[in-house]
Every structure is written in C-alpha cells, then in structure tokens.
Design a protein around this ligand. Structure first.
Ligand code: SF4
Length: 368
C-alpha cells in the first residue's frame, strides 16, 4: 500500500519534483549521507576574467587559468535532470569562454531550470542578447557606480559606455519582443568611493529596464580597500541608503539594501549555523574540482576528473563537512564564510585581510 503510494507520488512529481521534495527533507535533517541529489548547481565555465576589479579576491589568487572541458561537463549533464537552479559562473567571467558557455547554456535552457549569470557585461554583445532573450534566467550585471570615472576606477579594465550600451541593447530587444525574460539586475558593491552614487544607479536602472539592485557591503581584503569600507564611513552609508530608498520608491526598481550599521544587533547568527549548502549545492569548478558552495575555494570535496559524482557527493570530504556543520565544529573556511554578514556592526564582517601563501586558487589565510 505504502509502496504504491510512493510509486504514484514519484510518477506524479517526476524525478525533478521528487528529488526536490526529498532534498528539502534532507536539508532539514542534515544527514551525513544524502539519498537525494543536489538541486542547485554552480558551473564555473571558466575562472578567467577580462577585468581586475579593485575589491576582487581573485587579485590574491595564484591559480592556473582554466576553462571547463567537455569531459567535466559530461559528468554534470546527467545531474541537471534533478536541478532547480543553475549558476553559470563562479569565480570567473563566463563570457570570456563563449564556446563553453554556449554549450552549457544550450543544454540547460530547454529544461525547467532557473539560470543565473553574473557578468561584468563588457562582452554581452547583441549575439548574446538575442540568445538570452526569453530565457528563464536572471542576468546580474556588476555595476558599482553611476558615473564613468567612478565605475572605471573600481572595475579596472571595464568601459562604462560599453557596459551601458550592452545592457541597453538587451533591454531594447526585450521591449520590442514584449518579453519579461531574462530578468535584468545590478549588483552594487558599496564602498566609500561609490555609495553616494547609489540613488543615480537607481535612476539608471529605471531608465534601462533593470528590475533589481542588490547592494552588498564591500568586504575589504587589503589595507588599501580597508579605508574604503563603509564600516568606517557609516554616515555616508546611512545618507546614501536613505536617498536611494526614496529614489527606488518613485521608480519601478526593487532595491535590496543590506542592514544599516548602528541598527540593533539582534541577529548575530553565525552564517555557518544556517548553512545547508553541503546538502543541496554542487559547485563544479572549471578544473573539475568540486566545492560545496561558492563562498570559499578552500573546501575541496573531490574532482570530477578523478572520481564520479556518487563517489564525491557521499564521499569522505562531504560527509565530514556535513557532520562538522551539524555538530557545531565548522572548519576555518566556514568561520570566515561570505554567505552573509554575521553582524553588520562587527568590523570582522567588513574587513577580512588576506595573506596569500603558495597554492592554486585556494590557500588563503586570514588575519586574526
Ligand atoms: S563556507 Fe559558508 S556556505 Fe560554504 S559550507 Fe561553509 S558555511 Fe556553508
């Protein structure tokens, strides 16, 4: 009787829906070994980037540049039958590897999978705009300024007019086709140099048909950037957030601001305590390595070049991490997790000075 009910439910929900339900239960129960498959995939098309932004942690990475190869993606393909979400990047700018991005996008886009691509939009040409038109997708453009000089001083190597022109082209295509998708969004890393321009970014978003602006505080990884942190410039943040909120209220733009500093610190919750990523996320790096999340390169669960998915997903490294999080003994990488600010009023949330040591893309050491 029970077996019949389960069989009927499986048939009704299909393998994706059934896995979604099973995975939700496992995210709550936090077992060491998962019987469900991950629902969220990050596929690092490449770890290369065409820019060198001032705040980016890639500045400290001495990694071998790599684009994902077909053998690695071949191992990911069967898993995507269980996916609900797919991020088409991790640490690099995916548009610098157009061939591989196209292959991955073409494979996923016919599926009922929500895609997200974060891009600096320098290479978001008309060809890509046409390709992405109508896709179940959010394109998140990194835009850290409303003025050419500010933007280009932060995003070293980018050209403001090119970025705006590329967004405008895609927005115009959407308007002409009366298409809602892809959703266009901005991500704005707020620091002393640019936060005053946030209200202008709201106006720019409205003009360009950008729906969301995600504002995050700068996390300073160097002494140079420490001075730019809003932790030491709280008045600037308060004033700019207030003006941006007013501007967004008048425009058709969703503005997602971080908590203001100085507000009651009643939510001191260590990010790792809320973390369920090792139960539902599978990050595949361009070199085949697997991470449990995109917040640190330090947690390596295995390599798809050497092992199968099954060997990794319930292998020793994943099981050890799940056990550590569940039992409250997180590894150092989780203690420094970027997933959320444990406390906006705490300096250590804003400043994580990195000292590098020999290694590839991992090997960060934090002060303190
Ligand atoms: S680094 Fe953060 S997101 Fe990743 S597993 Fe640890 S707590 Fe979770």
């Amino acid at each position: 009787m029970l077996e019949n009910t389960i069989r009927n439910m499986r048939a009704l929900l299909g393998r994706r829906g059934w896995n979604k339900m099973a995975n939700r239960i496992e995210c709550r129960r936090q077992p060491e070994k998962c019987s469900s498959y991950p629902t969220d995939y990050w596929i690092e098309v490449t770890n290369r980037c065409n820019l060198m932004c001032r705040m980016c942690r890639r500045r400290f990475a001495r990694h071998e540049e790599a684009d994902m190869d077909e053998s690695v993606f071949g191992k990911v393909q069967p898993l995507l039958g269980y996916a609900l979400r797919a991020e088409l990047n991790c640490w690099g700018e995916s548009l610098v590897a157009p061939g591989m991005l196209e292959k991955i996008y073409d494979f996923i886009s016919p599926m009922p999978v929500w895609m997200q691509l974060t891009t600096n939009a320098m290479l978001l040409t008309g060809r890509w705009a046409e390709k992405f038109l109508g896709a179940s997708m959010e394109l998140v453009v990194s835009l850290d300024g409303a003025r050419e000089e500010t933007f280009e001083s932060i995003r070293s190597g980018a050209r403001f007019p090119v970025v705006l022109n590329n967004i405008e082209k895609l927005a115009a295509l959407k308007r002409a086709a009366r298409e809602r998708y892809p959703i266009l969004s901005f991500r704005f890393v707020a620091m002393a140099d640019n936060v005053g321009e946030l209200p202008e970014v709201v106006l720019l978003a409205e003009e360009l048909g950008v729906s969301n602006i995600y504002v995050v505080y700068l996390v300073a990884h160097s002494e140079e950037m420490r001075r730019k942190s809003l932790f030491y410039n709280r008045g600037l943040a308060r004033e700019a957030f207030h003006r941006a909120r007013e501007a967004a209220g008048a425009a058709h733009v969703n503005l997602w601001l971080p908590r203001l500093m100085g507000s009651a610190s009643d939510e001191r919750v260590d990010a790792w305590r809320r973390c369920r990523e090792p139960w539902h996320v599978f990050v595949v790096k361009s070199n085949g390595e697997v991470n449990p999340c995109c917040h640190t390169p330090d947690l390596v669960m295995g390599s798809l070049k050497e092992s199968s998915f099954d060997e990794i997903w319930n292998g020793e490294a994943y099981r050890r991490l799940r056990r550590a999080l569940r039992e409250g003994h997180p590894p150092p990488a989780c203690l420094h997790c970027h997933m959320s600010f444990p406390d906006v009023n705490d300096e250590s949330s804003h400043v994580k000075i990195v000292r590098t040591r020999e290694g590839l893309f991992r090997g960060y050491e934090f002060e303190g």
